[in-house]
Design a protein. Sequence first.
Length: 151
Amino acid sequence: MILVVVVILMASLYVRLAPIDPARWHQMPNRTEAGVFPDIGGHEIVFAFPDRDAALTAVQTLDQVIRRAPRTNVLAGEVGDGLVSYVSRSAVWHFPDLTTVSVVEKGEAGLSQDTESWLVSIRGRLRFGKADLGLNRQRIEAWVADAGLSE
């Protein structure tokens, strides 16, 4: 019984203290179109905007919403760079989930440009395990709604 308690405590400490490498998690997503992209252990929503100013305004609004979220901190980046990554931790075990918000011009990504030539992506994924029970989807959808963006 004591061994089980020790193992649980060690796992809890590891989850809370394991380093999160910004080089691995703070990267531009590779989506090429607007849409909703569910994934096992993650979720991504991509919006299209007509110009950079509108896209950066959306990112600024998302950033303000995300920074108010409990147990969420910036991992790397700034809104002005068009790439910001955050770490959100669960209430009990403090499992980290990573969210990246980015802006990319379709032309820079080698895509055909149209009237909606800028993409804003908000992508959440878990750090440990394979499935997040829909938590990243719920978190991202709530942030998107609070920011006044629509899917």
